[in-house]
Write a protein that binds this ligand. Structure first.
Ligand code: ADP
Ligand code: MG
Length: 396
C-alpha cells in the first residue's frame, strides 16, 4: 500500500477522500453548526501535506443521509468553513461534486489550493458505485488518496469505484495509521493481549469475538452484551437486556474460548436499576440480578478486576461501553475502563467504536491512548478480518 507522502504531488490534481461525517445541530439562525470536529482534525495532516507539497487538493466527503438528492441541511458548507479555520488557508466549496462547473473550478486551481467538493451523497450514484459517476469523479484528478477510514467498509464510487480510473493511488496518513494500529491487533500484538468488549449487542460484536479468540489472552465482557453471556452460564439477570436468540451462540463462544485457553471475564457485580432511565432507584448486586431490576453498569468489584487485567496487559483493545454511559449515574464502569487504559503506560492501547470513543472523550484521556480509531463500523469489520473495499482499492 503506497502512502500519500511517497507520491510526487507537485502540480498534480489530487483527490483526497476524507471522512467529514461530523455531527451537526441547528445554529438557531437557519444554518447548521458542527458539534464535534474530530474527524475534520483527523484528516488535517494529509490535506496539509498535499497542499504544502504543491498539489491541487480536491477534498471529497459525504455527510449524513441525504437520500441521493441535494439537501441544504446536509451541505458540507460548515465543514468548508471549519477546514479553512483549522488549515489557516482559504477553502473553496464547489457547488457540486461532479459536472462542468466543478471541472471548471478544478481547472482554475493553483498548486497548494484546497477545494472541497459538495456532499457526494447528493448523488444516489455514489452509494450505488455507479461507473459513470465514478468516471465523473476520476476525471477531476491525477491521483486518488483515500484517507476515509470510517467509510472504508463501503464500496462506493468515491471510496473504491474511482480508484482504478485515476493514474495513481495512495493511502492518506490517517488511513495508514488506522491500518497500522488495527492491523497489529490481528498479527503480532504483544502479549498479554486483553480485549474488552461491551456495548449493546452480542450480534454486533460476535464477529470480532470470534476473530480475537485465536489472538487474545483474556476477553473482558461488559455492557448489555454481558447479560446474554451470563444467561448462557445460568446466572439470573433480572430484567436486563438479553438477546435470547444469541444465548446458544454465547454458550458456544464460551466453550470455544475455554478450548483455546482464553480467559473470559464476565461481570461479578452490577449497578442495577428499576428502569434504564436517569433518576431510577439503583442497587449494587452480584453475581446475579434479581427480578424487578436490570443491569445498567458493571459494579465496583468488576471495575477493579478489569482494571487489574488491563494494568498487566501489553496490548489492550477496547470496543463498547460497560453500561448505559450516556446517563452519568451509569457511566462509572465505562469511565473506569477508560482510565485504566489511560494508566496502562506500558501497553499499546487501541479504542474503536463510536460510543467507546465518545466515552474516551468524556473521560478526557484521548491523548493517553495509543490509537483512537475514527472508524466505527469500519474498525469492527477490519477486526473481524474482513477485506475492506476502500483498503483493497489501494492495494490494487
Ligand atoms: P460502540 O459504538 O462503542 O461500538 P455500541 O454501539 O455497541 O458501542 O454500544 C453502545 C450502546 O450500548 C450505548 O448506547 C449504551 O447505552 C448501550 N448499553 C451499554 N450497556 C447497556 C446496558 N447494560 N443496557 C442497555 N444498553 C446498554
Ligand atoms: Mg455505537
Amino acid at each position: 500500500m503506497k502512502v500519500v507522502d511517497e507520491l510526487d504531488l507537485r502540480g498534480k490534481r489530487v483527490f483526497v477522500r476524507v471522512d467529514f461525517n461530523v455531527p451537526l445541530e441547528d445554529d438557531g439562525h437557519g444554518g447548521q453548526r458542527i458539534t464535534d470536529d474530530a474527524r475534520i482534525r483527523a484528516s488535517l495532516p494529509t490535506i496539509r501535506l498535499a497542499s504544502e507539497r504543491g498539489a491541487k487538493v480536491i477534498v471529497a466527503a459525504h455527510l449524513g443521509r441525504p437520500k441521493g438528492k441535494p439537501d441544504p441541511r446536509q451541505s458540507l458548507a460548515p465543514a468548508a468553513t471549519r477546514l479553512a479555520a483549522l488549515l489557516g488557508r482559504p477553502v473553496t466549496l464547489a457547488p457540486d461534486c461532479v459536472g462542468p462547473e466543478v471541472e471548471a473550478a478544478v481547472a482554475h486551481m493553483a498548486p497548494g489550493d484546497v477545494l472541497l467538493l459538495e456532499n457526494l451523497r447528493f448523488h444516489a450514484e455514489e452509494e450505488k458505485n455507479d461507473p459513470a459517476f465514478a468516471r465523473g469523479l476520476a476525471k477531476l484528478a491525477d491521483a486518488w488518496v483515500n484517507d476515509a477510514f470510517g467509510a472504508a467498509h463501503r464500496a462506493h464510487a468515491s471510496t473504491a469505484g474511482m480508484a482504478p480510473l485515476v493514474a495513481e493511488r495512495a493511502s492518506g496518513l490517517l488511513m495508514r495509521d488506522e491500518v497500522k494500529h488495527l492491523g497489529r491487533l490481528l498479527a503480532g500484538a504483544e502479549r498479554p493481549f486483553v480485549a474488552i468488549l461491551g456495548g449493546s449487542k452480542v450480534s454486533d460484536k460476535i464477529g470480532v469475538v470470534e476473530q480475537l479468540l485465536s489472538r487474545v489472552d483474556a476477553l473482558l465482557v461488559g455492557g448489555a452484551m454481558a447479560y446474554t453471556f451470563l444467561v448462557a452460564k445460568g446466572v439470573p439477570v433480572g430484567g436486563s437486556r438479553v438477546e435470547s436468540d444469541k444465548v446458544d451462540l454465547a454458550r458456544r463462544t464460551l466453550a470455544a474460548a475455554e478450548a483455546r485457553g482464553v480467559r473470559v471475564l464476565l461481570p461479578v457485580d452490577h449497578v442495577a436499576a428499576r428502569k434504564p432511565e436517569a433518576g431510577a432507584e439503583t442497587t449494587i448486586c452480584g453475581p446475579g440480578i434479581a427480578d424487578g431490576w436490570l443491569g445498567v453498569d458493571i459494579g465496583p468489584a468488576t471495575r477493579e478486576a478489569y482494571a487489574t487485567e488491563i494494568a498487566a496487559a501489553r496490548t489492550v483493545l477496547w470496543n463498547g461501553p460497560m453500561g448505559i454511559f450516556e446517563i452519568p449515574a451509569y457511566a462509572e464502569g465505562t469511565l473506569a475502563v477508560a482510565r485504566a487504559l489511560a494508566g496502562a503506560s506500558r501497553a499499546t492501547t487501541v479504542v474503536g467504536g463510536g460510543d467507546s470513543v465518545a466515552a474516551i472523550g468524556v473521560a478526557g484521556v484521548a491523548d493517553r491512548i495509543t490509537h483512537v480509531s475514527t472508524g466505527g463500523g469500519a474498525s469492527l469489520e477490519f477486526l473481524e478480518g474482513k477485506t475492506l473495499p476502500g483498503i483493497a482499492a489501494l492495494e490494487a
